[in-house]
Design a protein around this ligand. Structure first.
Ligand code: 26Y
Length: 813
């Protein structure tokens, strides 16, 4: 948009006064932030309204991305960049004696997600708008996002994330678009007009009230919508009679029970615990979202039989799987279509992404729970299952009689949500080549054989705007100086940087930028936690959720072994190295929590020991999340992507780090394999078992972790350090970690991969010594990162699955 500095200053001062009731001199940083946010939102309004009018006018096919999680982070600066007003606003604020940096820190992270899956949804929102696809997000407006983590005495302690406590400037409440969602009750069946008709009776009714947030594309006039639903009790004045009788407790407890649905995000991201409230959340937003889509589709006057031609609904993992039976219900019970018609529309509307191979993360709901919470939905699932079984039994009963049971949607008293998604959609994709291949050939093999062509791969991506352009301005400027700014719209043109591969001046500047970013991060860390780190040391970074399969344990055991070697030989020629960890553990995941304590205990030991602390430093960065990531990533030298092969579906942190010039230490897992293909084996450090080897060891039970413990003295001493008193803790402190490794035969092959990890770490350090070589490796990683932009991912989804139109711009339409 067109905006000059003077106009902005005038608008801003007026807005600040109106919003805070105070003059600039007396305003707080929060006042300043709030006024700026509300002004930026207003600047966006014409395009936002215009976009939705244009989509309606053009009868456009639209994409709806249903996700339980949207991990957006802060929005202010992203929005200013998208609208092309960043510089003007920054200048205007400076003229007024204010600092954009300080003001933007006042914004709370929108932390409505656990990790990769939620962050992916946020990157997709940005890319859909920027690429020009009519695509919107549908989810839940959790009152509390993922918990805030504090480290107290080395332990993770969780605190509620009160992100809404000072209001959210970006959202717009849409009470007129609220819909009812029904739970429980019973189904009454009638025969009317020659067909079976189903009614729900005596249900509990919850109002789903949408709050819309604009999602602007990058300087293209397109503003899509993220719609998050909040649960409210039906009548705002609730039971007045009860209230006037003084029956306060009952009246309030009913209201709170209803509103509990959108109260808090479940903090587990790999262990499905089967809580009833979680199932309620899932149905709540799916039903509300579909009713909303149906309502606006019907307003368009188009025939219901064409629903799938105008609406593509994508479900982010199985969490929104109930979209399948819910759409069936709406089409049959409300729109009066028959089963076959409804089924055709539903399956052609819905597509599904799988994000995990871990069995413990697979959603299954007990039949009795599903039946009593959602009786009509359960009936429909039963019918889908019955019809599907009929086909598989006919096909397989002679060749393999068990196969149709294995493939069933309902089995062992449970509803298998992944099976429901596969049967009820027209496309099933994994999130990296290896992951998609393992889905098709191992985990979901019978389905892949049954549905030829339904399975496909869509390798994940990240928005290079947030993760490079905005969070690493120095590097962005250096890139643009060399190859122009086309990469902002076409990230694959970052490849042109390859011509600087042997340009000493260019590479030197690249390293100077890394160094400046390292200084910035060390200042940030010092300011936020009091910890000092040395910008001349190697920054070795592992940032991601804490999980045994991600193997923070391998990293810390290796650090412990380096410590032991250094103690023995203090003159060991090591380049000073700072190991940074950032990770939240699910509150109930004790092994993960012990790992956090272990990292901190090792840090306490090493950082205080003068024999080693010139060369080694271990830092656990508190409360890792989107904003912390934006500070760390530009400063990274080494990116740790060390999951047990076959366990990490894709990973996306690996992409953010390479894009910022970090070199990856990697197993052949997830998207690491595609990073290897992109940069070549000389520009990545590979180690460890392959996925195939992991499968083989797991199947033939030939792995003996204890033997490795016995035969590798250094590793044994590192493991024993957990219990022998070296660390300032009781000997039982880390019993779960130790017993997972030694008593339970190390399910994630930490011991098996230890030696090859230690070797590759040595190689990485040698490479770092050679500044020229390192800077060239770093450059190759940046240059080849363009394919990991989520713009590419989104174009792939749209080309193969959604098939929505792509608009260059909506300006003037
Ligand atoms: C059912 C419940 C317990 C649950 C909640 C959240 C299960 C899983 C999750 C989240 C999973 C997740 O974040 N998966 C990650 O998705 C990323 C985006 O595709 C991948 O890059 C990453 O490898 C995968 O672990």
């Amino acid at each position: 948009m067109e905006l000059n500095v003077n106009q902005f200053k005038k608008d801003y001062l007026r807005r600040l006064k109106a919003k805070s009731g105070r003059p600039l001199e007396e305003s707080t940083v929060w006042d300043q932030y709030h006024a700026l946010g509300s002004l930026i939102k207003e600047y966006m309004t014409d395009d936002w309204v215009g976009t939705s009018i244009a989509y309606n006018k053009l009868d456009t096919r639209q994409v709806f991305y249903f996700s339980m999680e949207f991990l957006t982070g802060k929005l202010l600066c992203d929005y200013m960049h998208a609208m092309g007003v960043f510089e003007v606003v920054e200048q205007g604020l400076t003229d007024l004696g204010l600092s954009l940096e300080t003001i933007s820190e006042a914004e709370r992270d929108q932390g409505l997600g656990n990790g990769g899956l939620g962050r992916l949804a946020a990157c997709f929102m940005d890319s859909m708008a920027s690429v020009g696809i009519p695509g919107h997000g549908i989810g839940i407006r959790f009152n509390f996002g993922l918990f805030e983590q504090k480290i107290i005495n080395g332990y993770q302690v969780e605190f509620p994330d009160r992100w809404l406590e000072n209001r959210n400037v970006w959202e717009v409440k849409m009470p007129d678009k609220a819909v009812e969602v029904h739970f429980g009750g019973s189904v009454r069946q009638d025969y009317i007009g020659g067909r079976n008709v189903f009614f729900l009776e005596n249900t509990e009714v919850v109002m789903a009230v949408p709050y819309d947030t604009p999602i602007p594309g990058y300087q293209n006039g397109i503003v899509n919508t993220l719609r998050l639903y909040s649960a409210e009790a039906k009548t705002p004045d609730f039971d007045l009679a009860g209230f006037s009788r003084g029956d306060y407790n009952r009246v309030f407890s009913e209201k709170y029970a209803v509103e509990a649905i959108s109260q808090v995000l479940y903090p587990d991201d790999a262990y499905e615990n089967g809580r009833l409230l979680r199932l309620k959340q899932e149905y709540f937003f799916v039903s509300a979202g579909l009713q909303g889509i149906m309502r606006s589709f019907k307003r368009s006057g188009l025939p219901i039989r064409d629903f799938h031609k105008y609406n593509a609904i994508h479900i982010n993992d199985t969490h929104p799987a109930l979209a399948i039976p819910e759409l069936m219900r709406l089409l049959m019970d409300i729109e009066e279509l028959n089963w076959e018609e409804a089924w055709k529309i539903t399956t052609q509307t819905i597509s599904y992404t799988n994000h995990t191979l871990l069995h413990e993360a697979m959603e299954k709901w007990p039949v009795d729970v599903m039946k009593s919470l959602l009786p009509r939905i359960f009936m429909i699932i039963e019918e889908i299952d019955r019809r599907f079984n009929q086909i598989t039994e006919r096909l397989y009963h002679q060749v393999d009689p068990r196969r149709s049971q294995q493939m069933a949607i309902i089995g062992d008293g449970q509803v298998r949500m992944a099976h429901l998604c596969i049967v009820g959609s027209h496309s099933v994709n994994g999130v990296a080549k290896l992951h998609s291949e393992l889905l098709a050939t191992k985990e979901l093999k019978p389905f892949n054989e049954f549905y030829a062509g339904k399975f496909n791969n869509k390798t994940n991506g990240i928005t290079h705007r947030r993760w490079l352009l905005h969070s690493n301005p120095r590097l962005s400027a250096h890139i643009t100086e060399a190859i122009g700014d086309e990469w902002i719209k076409e990230p694959e043109s970052l490849g042109r940087l390859m011509k600087y591969h042997s340009d000493p001046a260019y590479l030197e500047k690249l390293m100077a930028i890394k160094r400046a970013n390292k200084v910035d991060f060390s200042n940030y860390l010092h300011k936020t936690s009091g910890v000092s780190i040395d910008p001349d040391s190697i920054y070795d970074i592992q940032i991601k959720r804490l999980h045994e399969y991600k193997r923070q344990t391998l990293n810390i055991l290796h650090i412990m072994s380096m410590y032991l070697r250094l103690k023995e030989d203090p003159d060991l020629d090591l380049i000073p190295r700072t190991f940074l960890f950032g990770a939240k553990a699910a509150p109930g995941y004790q092994t993960a929590k012990q790992t956090i304590k272990l990292i901190n205990a090792v840090g306490d030991l090493i950082n205080a020991d003068k024999d080693v602390n010139e060369k080694l430093k271990v830092v656990f960065v508190e409360n890792y999340g989107v904003t912390v990531a934006e500070h760390i990533i530009p400063s990274a030298d080494i990116s740790e992507q060390i999951s047990t092969a076959s366990k990490e579906a894709s990973g996306t942190g690996n992409m953010k780090l390479m894009m910022n010039g970090a070199v990856t230490v990697a197993t052949l897992d997830g998207a690491n394999i595609e990073i290897l293909e992109a940069v070549g084996k000389d520009n990545i450090f590979l180690f460890g078992l392959t996925a195939e080897e992991v499968y083989r060891y797991t199947e033939n039970h030939s792995y003996k972790a204890f033997e490795i413990y016995q035969n590798n003295p250094l590793l044994r001493r590192a493991i024993d350090m957990m219990t022998d008193g070296t660390l300032n803790v009781s000997p039982e402190e880390f019993y779960l970690i130790r017993s997972a490794l030694l008593d339970h035969n190390d399910a994630f092959f930490v011991l098996k991969d230890f030696e090859s990890y230690a070797n590759i770490q040595k190689k990485a350090c040698e490479a770092y010594r050679d500044k020229k070589r390192w800077s060239a490796m770093s450059l190759v990683n940046i240059a080849k990162s363009g394919i990991f932009s989520s713009d590419r991912t989104i174009r792939d989804y749209n080309r193969d699955i959604w098939k929505a139109p792509v608009f260059e711009t909506l300006k003037g339409s």
